[in-house]
Design a protein around this ligand. Structure first.
Ligand code: 5BU
Length: 465
């Protein structure tokens, strides 16, 4: 190993930026080591060494501007920028939403390539968010350079979106240098190795085990219905007249565990619609889900949910909710309600060019995790199986992922819808698929519903074997 790297490892250990022992993580897990590089800025000699290591690492990479992810990596990138005579840009940490202020500081031209430096890589999530900010501003991102790679499979994760990762030191480098210097005993070194060799995100458990560990009655109700009905198919019944609505639902009813409505599409909605729908739901044993996509302030959505012509809360047990207005929307919808109702949060959309960002998705999931009593899961999508898996990994096992934008025969609808296949959706980690026109627009919706149910349930069964 290069002297510079060895010196760096010993120095980081000396200043307490690398520690070994037993550390409680935010996630609740215990880690045998702890890395916190925030204090390195106070050690000019260490910074000097890091800058020269970074400089060497950058030598074979092509880029026009350089950045560091705030806070720790930004001063490093600033020093490197001067050394290699390449402009620095940086993304403001405090600007939360695009459009509300200048997101990227510094001068650059659209289409230029930005290389991103960070101190650590663990899951890769913050790298995606950083890349997204740069790309949103018109820069291209290819390369990430991290000082320490402590990830399980960081390179692979970044590669799912086409990024390349290189790192200065790995956990194995640290073990070998500190072990040789007598600063890390063999037993602890082994624990560190094992810890790093375990994926951060636990693979999805078998569905049966997930059902057992689910305590929210409303989420459990959906899982039980799937098992009872041997179906993970949600029919999205977007038709405009009640006659077609009930005709299709009668035919597809035996195949689905839930029907998803857009009740405001119906031209001839009247007082008999809800009793008919409820009777059919009972007869065919499916659940009713209104895709209302509530998005306003708490007080308004409460009225939209419970009042007006449709009185959605009276008949739809589940509804979709956008998180754009913040967590209080959940109190507006589900607070002080006497009947059990629950929501699905829109975490990612299938529409081409939709404005949902990685950061937004993460924030939606954070709210959903806190509010399991009224959040049964998420509506989400993905570019491909790997992308869906990465997203699914962030969703708690006792919540569901429903996936629209699924079609067995077409890839799009000319209006921005992007379809995945049933197999890819389930392989990625969708618990259920939401299918509209694939079934509704066919000549025989009953037979088509059967075809989708079988495809989705078989894929789900093999995944959960
Ligand atoms: P389709 O006919 O299978 O394309 O219908 C898909 C349904 O799912 C339709 O009701 C949409 O409103 C709904 N949907 C979606 O397609 N994509 C999304 O990201 C979300 C909802 Br959220």
């Amino acid at each position: 190993m290069e002297t510079g790297k060895k010196t760096l490892i010993l120095d980081l250990h000396k200043i307490g930026a690398l520690k070994f022992g037993e550390f409680k993580l935010k996630s609740g897990a215990t880690s045998p080591f702890y890395i916190d590089l925030r204090s390195i800025i106070s050690y000019p000699a260490i910074i000097k060494n890091i800058v020269s290591l970074l400089k060497a690492e950058l030598a074979d990479k092509k880029f026009d501007v350089i950045t560091g992810i705030p806070y720790t990596a930004l001063p490093l990138a600033a020093q490197v920028s001067v050394e290699i005579d390449t402009p620095l840009v940086y993304q403001r940490k405090e600007v939360k939403a695009y459009g509300t202020g200048k997101l990227i500081e510094g001068h650059f031209k659209e289409g230029q390539t930005c290389l991103i430096i960070d101190d650590l890589i663990t899951t890769g999530e913050s790298k995606f968010e950083a890349a997204e900010g740069m790309e949103h501003a018109g820069l291209k991102v290819h390369d990430f350079v991290c000082l320490i790679d402590r990830s399980f499979n960081g390179e692979e994760i970044l590669a799912t979106k086409g990024y390349k990762l290189s790192s200065i030191i790995t956990v194995e480098d640290m073990i070998s240098v500190l072990g040789a210097e007598g600063k890390l005993d063999v037993e602890l070194a082994q624990k560190v190795r094992e810890f790093v060799a375990t994926p951060v995100d636990k693979p999805l458990k078998k569905f049966a085990d997930r059902v057992e560990s689910t305590t929210s009655p409303m989420t459990r109700k959906l899982m039980d219905a799937m098992l009872r009905k041997q179906s993970n198919l949600v029919l999205s019944l977007d038709v405009e007249d009640t006659a077609s609505f009930f005709e299709i639902l009668e035919a597809a009813g035996p195949e689905i565990f839930m029907v998803k409505t857009h009740v405001d599409i119906m031209k001839d909605f009247n007082g008999s619609f809800v009793p008919r729908l409820k009777a059919l739901a009972e007869r065919h044993d499916f659940i009713i889900f209104e895709d209302r996509k509530f998005a306003d302030i708490g007080s308004t959505v409460r009225k939209q949910f419970r009042s007006g012509v449709y009185k959605i809360a009276d008949w739809a047990e589940y509804v979709t909710v956008h998180m754009i207005a913040g967590e209080a929307i959940l109190d507006g919808l589900f607070g002080d309600l006497e009947i059990p109702r629950s929501g699905f949060l829109l975490a990612r959309m299938s529409a081409k060019g939709n404005l949902i960002s990685e950061t937004y998705t993460r924030q939606v999931l954070e709210v959903g995790k806190r509010r399991k009593e009224c959040v049964s899961g998420y509506i989400g999508h993905g570019a491909n199986v790997d992308d869906i898996k990465r997203f699914r990994n962030k969703i708690p096992q006792d919540q569901l992922l429903l996936m629209p934008g699924v079609n067995l025969d077409t890839k799009g609808d000319g209006l921005g819808q992007q379809y995945l296949t049933v197999e890819d959706a389930i392989e990625g980690g969708a618990d259920a698929i939401i299918v509209g026109r694939g079934i509704v627009a066919s000549a025989d919706p009953g037979a088509e519903a059967k075809r989708y149910r079988e495809a989705a349930w078989n894929a789900f069964q093999s995944k959960n074997k």
